[in-house]
Design a protein around this ligand. Structure first.
Ligand code: IMP
Length: 441
C-alpha cells in the first residue's frame, strides 16, 4: 500500500466471498482495519496456522498484533455478542485491549428486543421471509434512522440508558404483541447489558477523529466490507437485502471520514456464486453441480450454519457490483472448488423480454424472469493448493481467469486456492489496478 492509503475490500456478490481472508492479508500493510457497516450478521472465517477463527464484528485485523481495529458508527453493535467475541479471542491468546480496538460511541446498539423482533417477523412472514440471520440487524437500523436507537455511548450513563430503553420499548412492545411474542421490560434489557456494560466503556470513542488524524499523518486504512454489494439496502436485490449500505462509498460515511480518504476499491468474488437466504439468483444450480459446489466449497453459513445456494459465476451481477462500488481490481476466491467441474460455465449476459443485458438491471420486475446466457470453458483436474504464481496454474484455470478479466475490464490481482493464509496465487499489479481506474464495464 502507498502512504495514506484507504483501501476498501468489498464483497462483489451476496456476501461470503472470502473477504476475511483478503482483509487479513492486506492488514499486514495497514495501520488500521475498520468495519463500517453491518453487525454480527457477518461471519469472517480465517485460517491462520491451521487454526480456524470466525469473527462476526471485530475487524479481521485483530489477528495482526499491534494493528488498530475500529468499529465505526455505521455498524450496529450487539454489546453482549461483542463481549463474547472478545472473550473468545482472548482465550485464543489474541490481545483485545482498548489500545487495539475502538468502538464508535455513536454506533447503535443491538438489544435482545431487536433480535426477538427480527425472528418474529421472519416467522410471521412465511414464504415471504427474507431469510435474515436473526441477529436483530434490521430492527436496530430502523431505530437508528427513526432516532430511537440506544447508542453505545449511552452505556456510559445509567440514567440516560434506562430512559432510552424505556422510550424504545414503548413502541417495540406494541410490535412484539402484534407478532404474538412476549414483551420486554426495561429491567430485563438492563440486566442483560449489566455484565458487559462497564467492561466495554474503555473501548468507546470517536472513530472518525481517530481515523482522520491517522490519515492526515500518512496512515493506511483498510476498510473491511461485510456482506456483499448485492445485499446493499439501496442498490441490492431489494427487499432481499440486509439493512445497511454495503457499498464502498459508505465506508467513509460509516466511520465518519471524508470520501477522499478512500483511494482504492478491491472487489472480491468467488469463482462461482452463492447466496444465503431468499431472493433472486439467476445462475442458481439446483442440480448435482450445485450440490458439488456446496460440498466441496463447504458452503454453509459461518454465522447460521445454513446451507448456501450455489450457482455459476454471474458476470452481469459482477459488472453491476463493479459499477456501484467503483471496483478497480478483483480478487477471485475458491478457484480450487471448480476442480473437476467440466465444463465450467460463466453467465456472460441476460435476456429479458427480448432485450440483452450485460449488466444486471435494477428493475426488480425483471429479476425473477432474467434468462442467463452462458459460455462454457474447459475444466481442469489438477490440484491447485500448491500454486503460488500464475505459471503454477493449469492452462484451463488461467483461461478462466483471463476470461473474467476480459469480460469485466478489471485485472485480477489475487486468486485464492485454499483456505490458508498463504494459499494464494499473486498476480503482478497491472493497469486499472491499485493506482489506475480502468474502464467502466
Ligand atoms: P440480515 O442482515 O440478518 O438482516 O439478513 C438479510 C439478508 O442478508 C439475508 O438474506 C441474509 O442471509 C443475508 N446476510 C446477512 N449477513 C450476511 C453475510 O455475512 N453473508 C451472507 N449473507 C448475509
Amino acid at each position: 500500500m502507498n502512504p495514506a492509503f484507504g483501501l476498501v475490500v468489498i464483497g462483489a456478490q451476496w456476501g461470503d466471498e472470502g473477504k476475511g481472508k483478503l482483509v487479513d492479508l492486506f492488514a499486514a500493510e495497514a495501520d488500521a482495519v475498520v468495519r463500517y457497516q453491518g453487525g454480527t450478521n457477518a461471519g469472517h472465517t480465517l485460517v491462520v496456522e491451521g487454526r480456524k477463527t470466525v469473527l462476526h464484528l471485530i475487524p479481521s485485523g485483530i489477528l495482526h498484533p499491534g494493528k488498530r481495529c475500529v468499529i465505526g458508527s455505521g455498524c450496529v453493535v450487539d454489546p453482549v455478542a461483542l463481549a463474547a467475541e472478545m472473550d473468545e479471542l482472548a482465550a485464543a491468546g489474541v490481545d483485545v485491549g482498548p489500545d487495539r480496538l475502538l468502538i464508535s460511541h455513536a454506533a447503535p446498539a443491538i438489544l435482545e428486543v431487536h433480535k426477538r423482533l427480527d425472528r418474529a417477523r421472519e416467522s410471521s412472514a412465511g414464504d415471504e421471509k427474507i431469510g435474515t440471520t436473526g441477529r436483530g440487524i434490521g430492527p436496530a437500523y430502523e431505530d437508528a434512522v427513526s432516532r430511537a436507537a440506544v447508542r453505545m455511548g449511552d452505556l456510559r450513563d445509567p440514567d440516560r440508558l434506562r430512559a432510552r430503553i424505556e422510550a424504545l420499548l414503548f413502541e417495540k412492545n406494541v410490535l412484539l404483541r402484534a407478532h404474538g411474542q412476549p414483551e420486554f421490560t426495561t429491567e430485563c434489557i438492563l440486566e442483560a447489558l449489566e455484565p458487559v456494560r462497564a467492561r466495554l466503556l474503555p473501548f468507546l470513542g470517536d472513530a472518525g477523529a481517530l481515523l482522520t488524524s491517522l490519515n492526515e499523518a500518512g496512515g493506511r486504512i483498510l476498510f473491511e466490507g461485510a456482506q456483499g454489494a448485492l445485499l446493499d439496502v439501496w442498490h441490492g436485490t431489494y427487499p432481499y437485502v440486509t439493512s445497511s449500505s454495503t457499498v464502498a462509498a459508505n465506508a467513509a460515511v460509516g466511520v465518519g471520514v471524508g470520501p477522499q480518504v478512500i483511494t482504492d476499491v478491491l472487489g472480491v468474488t468467488k469463482a462461482y456464486a452463492t447466496r444465503v437466504g431468499s431472493g433472486p439468483f439467476t445462475t442458481e444450480l439446483n442440480d448435482s453441480i450445485g450440490e458439488h459446489l456446496r460440498r466441496v466449497g463447504r458452503e454453509f453459513g459461518a454465522t447460521t450454519g445454513r446451507p448456501r445456494r450455489c450457482g455459476w459465476l454471474d458476470l452481469p451481477a459482477l459488472r453491476y457490483a463493479i459499477r456501484i462500488n467503483g471496483i478497480t481490481r478483483l480478487a477471485v476466491t475458491k478457484l480450487d472448488v471448480l476442480r473437476g467441474v467440466d465444463p465450467i460455465k460463466i453467465c456472460t449476459h441476460y435476456r429479458w423480454r427480448g432485450r440483452t443485458y450485460d449488466v444486471m438491471p435494477t428493475d426488480a420486475a425483471s429479476w425473477a424472469e432474467l434468462e442467463p446466457v452462458y459460455e462454457s470453458l474447459p475444466g481442469f483436474s489438477e490440484e491447485l493448493a500448491n500454486a503460488r504464481t500464475p505459471e503454477d496454474l493449469p492452462p484451463a484455470a488461467r483461461r478462466f481467469l483471463s476470461f473474467v478479466e476480459a469480460r469485466t475490464g478489471r485485472p485480477i490481482e489475487l486468486v485464492s486456492v485454499g483456505p490458508g493464509r498463504n494459499e494464494n496465487v499473486l498476480f503482478a499489479p497491472r493497469a486499472g489496478g491499485r493506482d489506475g481506474r480502468g474502464e467502466a464495464p
